[in-house]
Write a protein that binds this ligand. Structure first.
Ligand code: SF4
Length: 388
């Protein structure tokens, strides 16, 4: 068992129309105080969490921290010196053996001097929100970068020695067609990232585009969003073509060249412990989950006042833990070992899976159950059925 560390950087240059994250567009003058607050939170997390009623298990002190993930927001907006200082604080606070240090980046923020500084600081993986190779789709979605920025950024990262690059693509952006989706897949495969995440456009009230879609409006190019069926076709096409190009699908949304599955994200799906720092960051100790409050300005103030802005503290019951194991386990294509769970949780699970098997949603090999690869696009049905 090892520890993952997550740093939330909730700042962006603009707000993408489909974005449902708690991020804000703020003056760059606020970046340095934020980075400094994150360092304080890291250094003093144990005492401050204890004061907030969260006692980290004794075993935590002995855990090696082997993954770090700067997520957002757009953490690549921070001065590289701030990122380096945060990493240095982690090295002196935890037992570091950083195997994977990821920085989420927008392609247009990449410059040679920055990439070299990232690499020197120990960042060895960059995850790009590419989303599409169509400038029409990128413009409609409110993204700042354009297709050409991706082509410019990748060689800069490679020259700086960053050999693990991940691209995100979104199926379902406004104006996306079978032709532009195919083109995005072709260009992505040609650029040769080590890792790819493919997401379906999320439609909910928390994004401008989502709420417009729910109201049946046309703002934000909502009327040019492909239908759900088409999105599913795009996703299935991506699965097939990425596999053909040498990527292994290891999770519903994630594909990797051999040896490049995300170590950090695997911790979330395998219920391994992680500590999150920064506004809105989530943490999991094995028995408790909690999250910092979202407001970045309030976060900096709370840290300055000697406290910690913890909210949403939840003690995980055995039933919840088992539900999480099932839900998170099924997301992974290697599946779930039912015999392990039955032993660990002292309960029989066969009957819960019988309906799914009868519906052709899962397949079995011995004690291992997994979602049927060809039915992954309807995995929500399986999750709903399983949790009944
Ligand atoms: S860059 Fe990412 S986090 Fe920022 S607004 Fe766009 S989708 Fe949201």
């Amino acid at each position: 068992m090892s520890l993952g560390i997550y740093i939330q950087v909730p700042f962006c240059q603009t707000k993408c129309t489909y974005c449902n994250f708690h991020t804000g567009v703020v003056s760059p003058a606020r970046f340095a105080p934020y980075a400094s607050a994150v360092q304080t939170e890291i250094r003093e997390h144990r005492q401050r969490l204890a004061a907030a009623g969260i006692a980290l298990p004794e075993s935590f002190a002995a855990l090696t921290a082997d993954t770090v993930y700067f997520g957002g927001g757009t953490p690549s907006l921070l001065d590289p010196a701030h990122l380096a200082a945060i990493l240095e604080t982690m090295r002196t606070t935890f037992r570091p053996a950083f195997l994977e240090v990821t920085l989420e980046a927008d392609p247009e923020t990449v410059e040679p001097s920055k990439a070299e500084a990232w690499s020197r600081a120990g960042i060895n993986r960059v995850s790009f929100g590419v989303q599409s190779f169509s400038d029409v789709e990128l413009t409609a979605a409110g993204r700042i970068h354009r297709r050409a920025d991706v082509y410019r950024a990748v060689p800069i990262l490679r020259s700086a020695g960053i050999s693990n690059i991940s691209f995100d693509l979104i199926a379902g952006l406004p104006h996306q067609t079978a032709e532009t989706w195919q083109n995005s897949l072709d260009e992505l495969i040609q650029l040769g990232p080590e890792h790819v995440s493919v997401y379906l456009l999320e439609v909910d009230e928390d994004s401008r585009l989502g709420s417009e879609l729910l109201r049946g409006g046309a703002k934000y190019s909502a009327s040019a969003v492909p239908s759900d069926d088409v999105m599913v076709e795009f996703y299935d096409l991506a699965r097939v073509q990425l596999r053909r190009a040498g990527f292994e699908q290891y999770e519903i949304s994630n594909f990797a060249k051999p040896g490049f599955a995300s170590r950090h994200n695997r911790k979330y799906w395998c219920r391994e412990p992680y500590l999150g720092f920064g506004a809105g960051a989530h943490s999991f100790s094995g028995t408790q989950r909690w999250a910092n409050a979202h407001d970045a300005a309030a976060y900096v103030q709370t840290i300055a006042s000697g406290s910690i802005p913890v909210g949403d503290l939840e003690n995980i019951s055995a039933k919840q833990a088992l539900d999480e194991e099932l839900f998170l386990g099924l997301r992974q294509l290697e599946g779930i070992d039912l015999s392990r769970l039955e032993r660990q949780y002292g309960t029989l699970l066969e009957s819960r899976f019988a309906r799914l098997q009868a519906a052709g949603l899962i397949e079995r090999s011995g004690p291992v159950v997994r979602l049927v690869a060809e039915r992954l696009s309807i995995s929500n049905e399986a999750f709903v059925e399983l949790m009944r």
